[in-house]
Design a protein around this ligand. Structure first.
Ligand code: NAD
Length: 313
């Protein structure tokens, strides 16, 4: 089997996806790369530094490690992107084009994540359809929408087998989030167990689509395992799981950590959250390749608190 390359392996998603792929295919089969040095459990398999903007370095790695699949996860996320829009556009677009070009040259299978940030204020908010009005308002959302079109273009013109999911907010406890608008839903668990009041940067009733990391990792690998003919959407699949507001998440946590307190201090991220859907219609993903999430709010909360208690103790 040819090897798998992960770009952005040190991030919130990459660190968990790398471990899951190494578990499935063997540690030596998965080359974990990032622009910054990797550490901890990620060192149990091959790692190296790679700047996704450097097409020559990318191509040499693909040749020297006999790479057949690429998971391209490096990006500037929604909230961070607003402080340096030009840089976010450059990184998010040019790194994707480098990977798609490599896909064409080397016949690679590619995974690249999109986001619910492709949707905007005039998108239907409830059960947002797969095909609908988009008009994103952040540079991140604009880059994801354009990226989706580039993926469909390379598939259509050059038969590159590129696959993609529109993730909602991802919640995991193993790594810190990287500057998105849904990061509060990760940070809140740490504060609950450290006995601190949580200052939430979104208002109490802001409902957003969310997903537990275990489901995101499983869905990603399932999509990549699906037969090529089952993958009918080559822009990016809607992917849903649960929706909740900060208040609903707080209620789920306080049921298990009764002394926990929250305060609401919305900042610039509120406007981004307000432009996104409340819930997602993911029926195409369910029909085409069998997407089925396992975790709801209460099961996720229980699982995170159980695992984090050990780390915080
Ligand atoms: P993250 O910010 O935690 O991780 C991104 C990683 O990319 C970091 O380790 C960073 O060092 C690395 N990186 C940055 N610039 C690089 C470069 N030039 N070359 C190589 N590596 C570079 O992000 P994440 O949360 O793990 O997100 C991964 C992907 O999933 C992104 O494409 C993101 O848009 C998408 N996504 C994430 C979420 C979420 O809630 N986390 C939601 C929707 C979509």
């Amino acid at each position: 089997m040819k090897r798998i390359l992960i770009i952005g392996a040190g991030g919130q998603l990459g660190s968990e996806l790398t471990l899951a792929l190494r578990e499935k295919f063997g540690a030596d089969q998965v080359l974990a790369t990032d622009i910054r040095p990797l550490s901890g459990v990620l060192l149990a398999g091959p790692t190296t530094i790679l700047d996704a903007m450097d097409a020559n370095a990318l191509n040499s790695l693909i040749e020297s490690y006999d790479i057949g699949q690429v998971y391209h996860l490096a990006a500037v996320l929604s909230a961070k992107g607003e402080s340096s829009p030009k840089f976010a556009w450059d990184l998010n677009m040019n790194s994707l084009l480098n990977v798609l070009e490599a896909g064409k040259t080397y016949g690679l299978k590619i995974y690249w994540p999109s986001s619910i940030a492709v949707f905007g204020p005039d998108t239907p908010k409830e059960q947002t359809p797969q095909h609908t009005v988009m008009n994103p308002t952040t540079v991140y959302g604009i880059s994801k929408q354009a990226g989706e079109q580039w993926c469909a273009y390379y598939h259509e013109k050059y038969r590159v087998d590129v696959r993609s999911l529109r993730y909602p907010g991802l919640i995991g406890y193993k790594s810190k989030p990287g500057g998105g608008t849904t990061d509060y839903a990760v940070d809140i668990f740490w504060k609950a167990l450290q006995g601190e009041t949580f200052q939430c940067f979104l208002s109490s009733g802001t409902r957003l689509p969310m997903m537990y990391m275990n489901d995101a990792v499983k869905g990603t690998i399932d999509l990549m395992d699906a037969p090529e003919s089952d993958v009918k959407i080559r822009t990016s699949y809607n992917m849903g799981s649960m929706s909740f507001s900060p208040e609903e998440l707080y209620e789920a946590i306080v049921a298990q950590v009764p002394e926990f307190k929250i305060a609401y201090e919305p900042d610039f991220r509120q406007a981004i959250a307000d432009s996104w859907p409340d819930s997602i219609d993911d029926s195409e993903a369910r029909k085409d390749w069998g997407w089925a999430p396992q975790f709801d709010l209460s099961r996720m909360t229980q699982d995170i608190l159980e695992h984090l208690k050990v780390e915080v103790a």
